[in-house]
Structure formats: structure tokens, C-alpha cells
Write a protein that binds this ligand. Sequence first.
Ligand code: GDP
Ligand code: MG
Length: 628
Amino acid sequence: IPRERMRNFVIAAHVDHGKSSLADKLLEIAGNLELAEGGERQVLDDLKVERERGITVKARTASMVFDDHLLNLVDTPGHVDFDYEVKRSLQACQGALLLVDSTQGVQAQTLANYNLARDAGLQIIPVLTKLDLSHSDPATSLEQIEQVFGIPEDEVIWTSAKTGEGCDEILPAVIKRLPPPPDAQALPLQAITAEENAASPPVAKHTMSGLIFDSWYDRYMGVVCLVYVEKGTLQVGQEFFTDSQALGQKRSQGFQVQEVGMLVPQPMVCSALRQGQVGFMFGNIKDSSLARVGDAISDHLDGLTQDEETLEARKVRSTPKVYASIFPLDGGDFDELRKSLERLLLNDSSVAMRPETSGALGNGFLMGFLGKLHMEVFFQRLEDEFGTEIIATAPAVPYWADMRGTGERVRADIPAQLPPKEMVEQYLEPMAHTTVIAPIEYMGEIFRVFKERRGVQTGVDHMDETRVVIKHDVPWQEVIVDLHDVLKTVTSGFASLEYEEAPPRVADITKVDILVNGNAVDALAFVAHRSVAARRGRAVAQKLRSVIARQQFEIVIQAASGPKIIARERIPPFRKDVLTKSGKTVGGGDMSRKRKLLEKQKAGKKKMKSVGNVELPQSAFYAMNERD
Ligand code: GDP
Ligand code: MG
């Protein structure tokens, strides 16, 4: 297939606007689903958690042949936490299908996706989805597409993935409207065996370079990469280098390509991946940190990203933005937990991990993530794939302190690390630029929500007669806690939110310690703006009182800012007579009742962690992120 007959494209959409459904439909139209055994729906989301959460966490790609063209569909992760991966995926493409749910119209993420695609120089094909639904409102969506993106009505394709209507217009439009990848070479397209593959002649050296736009760890194959070949040919036996590996120690030692192929979307081994093509590749890479998403690959060191600044910027982008500490439920499971974490980390090199010892909770790990969703997906995988039970602290964001005297800027990943006020010239807090799209009538409520969270309004635009685009700068901590949920609540689900990192801002913050029977529990400490510290401290103490069970002794919970106690709550002990009474009932009761009680106690014990002699349930650790 010559270069003129190749197309690489992405599908971009706000969550739930029908990306996976449409991708399936396109594969079906091209005949790929007949190839796939079982022909299961939603083939692009193959991880269990993705299915459960309805999001595509890891980018997947699929190649199809249609009308004598080789079409490579790059499925990108749709959520903002994975923004970095989305940007990388776009570099392998020349065009984007931008989906707009005709029942919802343009949403915050549609806008963000449009901007990304436009910035990457991609040709955009707008697609209306879900037109079979009775409440679909194509006229409004078309108006918004014209108003916001400046794309005329007649360029929009109308579809329903459910009935299949309009879907067959998409692939012809991809061929007609999108350009082929630049300077692609002719490509023989056929599946061959591994033996044939090994026997194919070597290609000239110093000609290949490409881009890793996804990678994951496989127990048998090691690190598997999805690559876009920008120049030359990628072939079995070839030696190759990656940015991340070249940055490390082993600069002179390359990897060796063991197998290459296309995804249709299940793997199909090929003789080679040629210029302009996307596909999978694995070599003898045992560590996913040496083949990261966004890395350049090349068969010679000079072909790699040489620009230190670019590499530095990439590193900054992939530093964690949210931290949480995790501890095994039973201290004895520590090694088990470490093994599980290490295996999961092979799959996701954007997760940071280091051992941490909590005075209250013992040995555990401090984990860093790109966002809250990234964190939640990781914890769910930990439980799904490894059955490891953990207690996690509430997600916290990093703060900075400019130290008095030295002027040194110190980063505190968790509240316990925040240097005390006496030593600090000023604190800084991480910020986010947020964009909300919502119906005009909710504007007042939205402003109130942001004001309460110390947001600064930076812009309001009308998208059409009924909807507005509202921009704020707001502390990242507030985004993490509950911003999305609160916006959904006050707008009856009509608001959509998108955010990106903004430069940190000087802030008057303070650490609030929580003491249980006089002992500070480091895992319960949190950071708050001074103006709300006392109120938050009281709220957390009250919340703890309500979730900690009574015991045979009194429990006193205090919140303190520095030496000052700002809240105090008391959990009274059981009364003596209650104890004997219940004791009698159990003692004299029948066996099944006794067993039931025991089971109940066991279940109740499940997610508990003892601090001193007080048992804390998992909900206690989330107390500081719960607000009324
Ligand atoms: P994604 O999050 O963008 O990948 O969206 P999905 O493809 O997972 O679709 C989100 C939801 O919308 C699912 O419940 C789909 O069944 C539903 N859906 C997608 N396309 C259509 C369509 O054309 N018509 C109808 N009625 N429902 C659709
Ligand atoms: Mg999906």
C-alpha cells in the first residue's frame, strides 16, 4: 500500500460521547470484527477497570483496511489526567474525528480536545453521535460547533452507533479529507509468521526513528510499545535506543527488536513497520521506565531527542500532582504489597512510589499520581489484579515553602512534610486553570462554588444563546477534593469541567494536626488556608467522632494548628451495664446468632487500622476531604 493510501487518525470526545461505540462500529464496517474471535463489543477497552469505569485508560490502537487504504485508528485516553499521553498520541496522527453527543452538545472536554488537535495541526472532522435518541438536539450542537470551532454545518457527519446510521460515511471522509502521513514509504501488507519475520533481510542502519505513544508491561514479552514510525523501517533484529534509556546509565547499549506487528485490534505479526505506520513492537525491555510514553526511538543515538530542555519539560509534566500513602491492612502483608505495587508500576511508569513509615500506621508507601482519577484507577487495579487490601490516606497535593534565610524552595509532597511557619518566608500552593461549560441559568451557582474555593474568575464567554464558558484559576487542592461533584450537583448534572495545571501561587496556608487521645496521627494531618483552618479542623473532628466506634475507654479527638487546639470532640466509652447486658445475650444465645455476631465483627474489622489502642476505619482517613 503506497503512502497516498495510508491515514492515521484519532477519535476525540468528551467522556461518554460515544468514542468506544463508534470505534467498534468502524472496525465492524472495515470487517475487522469478523477477524476477532468472539467479536466482542467494546474491543478497544480490554482492561477490567476500563469496562467498569467506562473510560479508556490506556491508549489502544487499531489498524483496518478499507477501500484499499490502510487506516490506523489511534484510540486515546479521554481523561484530563492523561493529557500528556493524549498529546503524544496526536503526534502520530494527521487527523481527528471530534465527536459531539447530539443530546449534550459541546462540553468542556470537547473544547479541550479541539484545542489539542488544532495545536497539533490536525485536520478535524466533526461527528454528531447518538442521533437515534429521541431527545437528541442536532440543531443546537451544530450551532455550537459553528460558533465555538468555526466549522460549518455541511462538514459535520451525523451518526448513531446504535443503529449504524451515518457511520459508513466516516471512513470515506477520513480517506477524502485527511492527508496521508508525511513521506511514507511503500508498504507490502501481509501477515507472516515469526520464522519468516526472523529471516527477513536487515535494513540499512541509521535510518529509523519513531515515537512511543503507549507502552505497557507484559509478563512474557516484557515492555510492549505502540510506536509510530516517523522515518525508515522498524524491523526484527534491529538495535534501538529510547530517550529514557539514553538519559540513564546504559547509554551505549541498545535494545533489540524481537517482534513487530499491527493491532487489528488483536496483535497481527508483520515483517516490518514502515515509515508512517503505527503498530506494536517489543524488544528485550524489562523495565517500563526505559520505554516511556512520549519517548523518541531510534536505531542510532543521534536520532534521539537531543534537546535537554525538551526532556526536562517532559519530566516536569510527568511529576506527580496528587499523593496518597497506602498501608497494608495487616502489617505482615507489607512484602506482598510491595510486590504487587512493583508489578503494577511496570505497567505505568507515571506512578511514583517510595517507602514511607508513618508513626501511626507503620510501614507503607507514598504513591504519586498525575491526578485523582489516575489514582483511583490504580487503587482499583491493585485490588482487582492482586487482591491486595489496603488503607489509603486521603489524596493530598504537594505544596512548596520558600525557607527563611536560605531562600531555598522545599517541596512537601504530603502534609506531614510541610515545614513549620517559623522557618518559612512564604508558602506556595499548586493551581489549576479550569473551564466550565454550563447553561446560563446556573452561572450564579457556579460563581458561588468557585468563590467558596478561593477561585479567581478569568473569563466568561457565551457559546450560544443558552450556554456559557466560564474560566477560573483555582487551588488544585480544591479541584482534587470535590469540585467536579459539586458542580454536577449544583447544575443538575449540566456542567462539564476541564482543567489544566497552572503556575503555583503564594498562599497563607497552615498544617492542621489531628490528635487521637493526645497523639498526633500523621496520616490524618491536612493543609488548609488559614482563613478556613479552624472550621475545617472542627468539621474533621466531628466527622471522626461519627465514624470511630465507641470503645471501653474515652476517646478524645483534637485538631491543632501549631500549638493551638482549634477543635475538640469526645467519644464516650461504653456504659458498664450495656457491656454486661450484651455479654449475657451473646453468652446465652443460640449458636447461629453467636456466629452471626462474630461474622459481623469480622466484617466490621475488615478495613480497620489500629492507632495506639484506637481502631480507625478507612472512612476516618477520608474525613478531611469530606465537606458539607
Ligand atoms: P466513550 O466514553 O466516549 O467511549 O463512550 P461509549 O462509547 O462508551 O458510550 C457511552 C454510552 O453511550 C454507552 O452507554 C453507549 O452504549 C451509549 N451510546 C454510544 N453511542 C450511542 C448511540 O449511537 N446511540 C445510543 N442510543 N447510545 C449510544
Ligand atoms: Mg470508551
